[in-house]
Design a protein around this ligand. Sequence first.
Ligand code: KG4
Ligand code: ZN
Length: 342
Amino acid sequence: MDITILGIESSCDDTSAAVIRNTTLLSNVIASQAVHVKYGGVIPELASRAHQQNIIPVVDTALKEAGITADKIDAIAFTRGPGLLGSLLVGTSFAKGLSIAGNIPMVEVNHLQGHILSHFIDLPDREMPHPSFPFLCLLVSGGHTQIVKVSSPLEMEIIGTTIDDAAGEAFDKCAKVMGLPYPGGPVIDRLAKEGNPNAFTFAKPHVKGEFDYSFSGLKTSFLYTLRDKVAEDADFIEKNKADLCASLQHTIISILLDKLIKATKALGIKDVAIAGGVSANSGLREAVAEAGRRRGWRTFIPEFKFTTDNAAMIAISGYYRYNQGMISGLDVAPVARLEEIL
Ligand code: KG4
Ligand code: ZN
């Protein structure tokens, strides 16, 4: 029997709704919030207000595009966390309202598991290549950087994690000090294409944990380089923007790849996926594909629309959980931190 899931994502600054039938995506609507750009970062209170404005039209459009009405939905999957509490509260409360009104079960989803399971979404006109279990996923987003061993859609183990900043944060914070707009990751990606990745050398971390990451040292090293150079020449950043971006991106990718390669060797796993907002980075995509060619991995690089936050990944995760009877009660509350979900 077909299972139809409505997914709702509201963990940060994108309001998204999607409909999936079994593993096939029927619609995926995303409303991004422009309000944060002028502040150079996401303002939580503004984010939750924008979610409140967006959520009804976004869900409505997702249902219409899928060609169904709410009474045809088997379950509502929603992001329970991690994320901004106020933002999560909007999605969770909306899911509860719809659940009560339509007598539709709710399924809570861990946002990070959602990013990983985006690799199992099929499109109506084509089946996508799916990794085989167990596989390793490098999960790189604005808030998290992890190496996850995925044994099944519901069994995941974090084998490495950042001890301070996330990779996306390193992109965004370094972009900010260069005066680039938020979010900085995509801007650096674009500028890096014109620059020399070996023009500058930044600090690479020595982290105790075998598969753990750290990005705060790189950020400091980047900042000190700018400070010293700008003291000599006030126009230094403007003149060297492309080289700075290329060198920074090169360093972040090299840090990410070192530990990922180590993990594949240690675990003897050759199916390797990347997921999360930073997996949209063209340099990272190419570097992972190249490492795969050299090392005999099968690599799984997500379509761009599934890299940054979207509800399709929440709907597919909801599908797997619903199949296992994992229904949430009406007393479910959102949680901001990952540790509270695990
Ligand atoms: O997964 P995501 O949409 O939200 C979180 O769950 O955090 O990730 C957002 C992050 C931001 O830090 C953004 O700068 C980064 O993904 N990002 C990129 C690119 N596109 C988005 N970083 C580098 N290169 C990109 N092309
Ligand atoms: Zn995300």
